[in-house]
Design a protein. Structure first.
Length: 441
């Protein structure tokens, strides 16, 4: 029986039968077949004691059960699992004669006949082949039942009519069983495909999240560490120039600011690693953070900065980060490109009829203005991406034909927290003017 050792799978690439749903269906079929075989053995034993049949008849019946059981566990289950019609034919070639043999000992073998008939329509994928094998099954049932009746002609005619009726009904039932089996197989394949699609979508979402987080970190690094290191280089150059001229006091002041910037950069790096709020916002309001930013920027550049913040402005935590990063990027661009002499940073709230509808940040300078061939840089692009994610607006414009630039950021206020704006609160306006570093040339 070499043919039993290696199952032949028609299409090993189809592995929907490995899905949990298909495994559940197979377990149900296995249990039903096991119950039918066990029930047949019990019926044979019961019939032996109630009908006073010979021990030889019982041995033949139980032997038929054993043959079908061995064939089912050795070949039949593989045929079901792998949808292998060749293995199914091998199993039926042993099971159907065993059915006829059991019927030759009496009518109790009908339990085996029913179980094997269902297997015909479960294991054979071709309907035409299943109908043909069903004819072979009917012949075996007829011959077995006739042998059990002693080949009596009248009994044979009765058995023949019954077998024909059973065959017609069974074929109809078999067609229905095969259709149900195909539905179950199709459903299991669809479920397997849905699981694969779900996993692919989850992986795509994960990849999108990774890309978004990478872009977010790139923007954070640009707005904090990169700008901080730029400040350190500029201040270090200023300190070196002061030392070359013998101005040790100015060099000391520059190095003091270098230390401050380096410490803040270190704190920002730790904040990024911990995924917490930006360092200037830790324990501070956005108003305090903007004033500290203006004070440090004036100390680094020597350009006077006026910071005006309205204490009534209370943006959300997410909006505070966006406002701070927008102010940092705007001041960095002014330092690099504007050649400005005065800068103003203003934070307030827009509204009408006593209600506010947006938090507004405005950064202006009196520099050279935006050139017509300006190229949007990484920092500016990051600012727009942040505002896009928060449904905010960004407007960058030239103040006048002579020069000057205005950067305006608008962030919508949650309507649930849209409270009336009091009129008796004055904004905090401070001008930071530190020229001691700018004098180093």
């Amino acid at each position: 029986m070499v043919m039993l050792t290696t199952p032949v799978v028609a299409d090993p690439t189809i592995r929907a039968d490995e899905s949990p749903e298909w495994e559940r269906i197979l377990r149900h079929w296995y249990i039903e077949s096991d119950v039918m075989l066990a029930l047949a053995a019990v019926v044979f034993i019961y019939g032996h004691f109630t009908s006073n049949r010979s021990i030889g008849s019982l041995a033949i019946e139980l032997g038929s059960v054993a043959v079908i059981t061995i064939a089912y566990f050795g070949i039949g289950k593989l045929a079901l699992r792998f949808h292998d019609q060749r293995l199914g034919l091998q199993y039926l070639a042993m099971a159907i004669p065993a059915v006829g043999l059991s019927l030759s000992q009496g009518g109790f073998g009908i339990f085996l006949a029913v179980a094997v008939f269902v297997d015909i329509w479960l294991m054979l994928t071709s309907r035409r082949l299943a109908i043909t094998v069903s004819v072979f099954w009917a012949i075996m049932v007829l011959l077995g039942a006739s042998a059990g009746s002693g080949y009596d002609i009248r009994e044979f005619e009765r058995i023949l009519s019954q077998v024909l009726l059973i065959y017609v009904v069974s074929v109809g039932l078999g067609l229905w069983v095969s259709r149900v089996a195909r539905w179950q197989q199709r459903d299991s394949e669809l479920i397997a495909q849905l699981r694969v699609a779900h996993d692919e979508i989850a992986a795509a979402h994960h990849e999108a999240g990774v890309v978004a987080e990478r872009e977010r970190l790139a923007g954070e690094i640009h707005d904090t560490l990169a700008q901080g290191f730029t400040s350190v280089i500029t201040l270090a150059q200023a300190a070196k120039a002061a030392l070359d001229r013998g101005h040790t006091d100015k060099a000391g002041k520059a190095l003091f600011v270098v230390e401050q910037v380096a410490r803040e950069n270190l704190a920002e790096a730790r904040s990024l690693i911990a995924a917490s709020a930006p360092t200037p916002l830790q324990g501070n309001t956005i108003s305090q953070a903007l004033h500290r930013l203006g004070e440090r920027w004036a100390a680094e550049t020597g350009i006077p900065v006026t910071v005006a913040t309205d204490s009534r402005s209370a943006p959300s935590a997410e909006q505070e980060v966006i406002i701070l990063r927008a102010a940092q990027e705007s001041l960095a661009n002014i330092r690099k490109h504007a050649n400005a002499h005065k800068v103003k940073v203003a934070l307030g709230r827009h509204g009408h009829d006593g209600k506010v509808d947006a938090v507004c940040l405005v950064v202006t300078d009196d520099g050279t203005g935006i050139p017509e061939d300006v190229v949007v840089g990484f920092g500016f692009q990051g600012m727009m991406e942040r505002l896009k994610g928060a449904a905010g607006e960004l407007e960058v414009s030239r103040i006048s034909p002579e020069g000057g630039t205005k950067v305006q950021v608008l962030l919508p206020v949650n309507s649930d927290n849209n409270e009336p704006v009091p009129d008796d609160v004055e904004p905090l306006i401070v001008t930071y003017d530190n020229k001691q570093l700018a004098d180093v040339d």
